[in-house]
Design a protein around this ligand. Structure first.
Ligand code: RET
Length: 264
């Protein structure tokens, strides 16, 4: 049974690669196009980790399987959008803002679902909390989209900054929710592997997510000396940290937990 499901996972992953937009196209990537190179690296890494999470899902205890699936969905959706983003970059030399935000609008709520699973393992998850985290994340992203595209002006010349502040409010709220004292106490009673997943999640939201508002400032004239190129490299690195590395931490916690269960 195990072998068969593993084989199915592999086949799914391989067949995804035959989607036309996914196969490498013959566009010229210049050796000095560092932004383009970062798009390529991110695309490959997203695909590799998706396959990895799908296959490794077979090796972890049942209670971790959903987390592994969600991790694979996050990198899988990102990989799909990266194939378009890198193409957009090479063809136009401009930011693929729309593709990027569509990607975030799908993958960030999925990460919130991932956080929810971790909070549930600690015993502190509630429907209200899930809803609040979801709403805050969507406010954060929609504000970023309006700010970067300029499609909805708020306070004229200050529009970029105002939308940034609104986006920041959403993020700060999420930080508040996952760092509050009552959760801390509950977490201390959890198993070592759940604590590892929980701490990884908090570092990701606090430090990993902080890269994005910084990138936004660089690419939208809020700090001088940087431009849209820097912003895209920063966003690409941030996606690698927050999707690939975070998924790896979940996998690590799952593997650690499964090993200790088998030992008992
Ligand atoms: C996989 C993609 C992820 C985890 C994307 C996360 C994006 C953010 C945390 C974006 C945050 C922003 C702010 C906090 C303020 C300015 C606008 C944003 C959208 C860049």
């Amino acid at each position: 049974m195990r072998k068969r499901t593993a084989a199915v996972g592999g086949v799914i992953a391989l067949s995804l690669m035959t989607i036309p937009s996914v196969a490498a196209e013959t566009v010229g990537l210049e050796a000095t196009d560092y932004v383009g190179i970062s798009f390529w690296i991110a695309t490959a890494a997203m695909l590799a980790t998706t396959v990895f999470f799908l296959v490794e899902r077979q090796n972890v205890a049942t209670k971790w399987k959903t987390s592994m699936s969600v991790a694979a969905l996050v990198t899988g959706i990102a990989w799909y959008h990266y194939t378009y983003m890198r193409q957009h970059w090479v063809d136009n030399g401009s930011s693929p803002i729309v593709y990027r935000y569509i990607d975030w609008l799908l993958t960030v709520p999925l990460q919130i679902a991932e956080f929810y699973l971790i909070l549930a393992a600690i015993g502190v998850a509630s429907a209200v909390m899930f809803r609040n985290l979801m709403v805050a994340s969507i406010v954060m992203l929609v504000a970023g989209f309006f700010g970067e595209t300029g499609s909805w002006e708020l306070f004229g010349d200050l529009s970029t900054e105002v939308w940034w502040v609104i986006g920041m409010a959403g993020w700060v709220y999420i930080i508040y929710e996952i760092f509050k004292g009552s959760i801390n106490e509950a977490a201390q009673k959890a198993s070592e592997s759940v604590q590892f997943a929980f701490n990884s999640m908090r570092w990701i939201v606090l430090v990993g997510w902080a890269i994005y508002p910084l990138g936004y400032m660089m690419g939208n004239d809020m700090i001088s000396g940087f431009d849209m190129d820097d912003m895209n490299i920063i966003y690409n690195i941030a996606d690698l940290v927050n999707k690939t590395a975070f998924g790896m931490m979940v996998w690590y916690a799952a593997t650690m937990d499964t090993a200790s269960e088998e030992a008992n």
